[in-house]
Design a protein around this ligand. Structure first.
Ligand code: GTP
Ligand code: MG
Length: 136
């Protein structure tokens, strides 16, 4: 069965939305099979976000993601990777469809990095890679 890595980012944890986000994952019918809460260090984040190295939002992204605790979730279910991306909504929360996590709960704060509440793996390869980093 397919697995994915979901992160409640520091903005989601700080706003007290971890429970609401877990609720939406479980309400959709996916199983939560792993749960960890901690503040990730730069080394983990550099490995996680290697594909974005050199982009203008890279440094602010690492800064933001290491600014406080995140909730790392291993979720399982048929087509959960695509399914959670769909629950999350588009990267920019202002344009994200109502009904999605980012559309209902997120907004653009005008900062250097999109504080968009959640991360979800985007392919089976990234899911496998990311799960081995966050659930080593
Ligand atoms: P994740 O699920 O977090 O990976 O989001 P995503 O797949 O929708 O976005 P992507 O992997 O392209 O980028 C990772 C994260 O970098 C995003 O979630 C944002 O927090 C941030 N980010 C991506 N693109 C931009 C951008 O163009 N501008 C800004 N300010 N931040 C961005
Ligand atoms: Mg991504």
């Amino acid at each position: 069965v397919e697995q994915t890595l979901i992160l409640v980012k520091p903005d989601g944890v700080a706003r007290g939305l971890s429970g609401e986000i877990l609720r939406r994952i479980e309400a959709k019918g996916y199983s939560v099979t792993g749960l960890r809460m901690f503040t990730p260090d730069r080394e983990l984040l550099a490995a996680h976000y290697a594909e974005h190295e050199g982009k203008p939002f890279y440094e602010p992204l690492i800064e933001f993601m290491s600014s406080g605790p995140v909730v790392a979730i291993r979720a399982e279910g048929h087509r959960v990777i695509e399914g959670f991306r769909s629950l999350a909504g588009t990267t920019d929360p202002t344009g994200a469809a109502p009904g999605t996590i980012r559309g209902d709960l997120g907004r653009d704060w005008g900062l250097k990095v999109q504080q968009n509440l959640v991360h979800g793996s985007d392919s089976t390869e990234s899911a496998e890679r990311e799960l081995s980093l966050w659930f080593a």
